[in-house]
Design a binder for this molecule. Structure first.
Ligand SMILES: [Zn+2]
Length: 137
């Protein structure tokens, strides 16, 4: 093997090792974050406080079962566009409240989202999200 080929081989081995190490660090960091947040919610539960939902990556969360679609009774899905940097609370104005069964892309079973039907659900969903959802990343 020429010196150049040997150097290329070693650089490749080092690159693969760095990728493996970074993947393990990211996996372990995600586990530690999840464990910490679980412990935090355990403490809240012991004090009879509702759990907080922490969003990592995803900006979508299903609302509690007590909030249902006024058109079909399905679960409510909240999409969050923006959040407060310090508190991590979703911005009320940035929330999109939709039904899990509504598939507007297909145009089938599209919901009408009449203001009179949806305004109370949107208000309750926004209140819940502001109180119990935190956007971490
Ligand atoms: Zn629905």
């Amino acid at each position: 093997m020429t010196p150049l080929a040997e150097q290329t081989r070693l650089e490749f081995i080092c690159l693969m090792a760095r990728i493996r190490i970074n993947n393990r660090i990211e996996d372990r960091a995600a586990e530690i974050i999840a464990e910490t947040l679980d412990a935090f919610n355990d403490l809240r539960r012991r004090q009879l406080l509702p759990r907080l939902e922490f969003l990592h990556g995803s900006r979508t969360i299903t609302a509690p079962a007590s909030l249902t679609c006024p058109e079909c009774g399905g679960r409510i899905v909240i999409e969050i566009d923006d959040y407060e940097i310090v508190s991590r609370r979703p911005e009320s104005e940035s929330l999109h409240v939709v039904c899990e069964n509504d598939d507007t892309d297909e145009g089938i079973d599209a919901h009408r989202y009449w203001f009179s039907d949806w305004h109370p659900i949107r208000a309750r969903a926004a209140r819940w999200a502001r109180r119990y959802v935190r956007v971490m990343s």
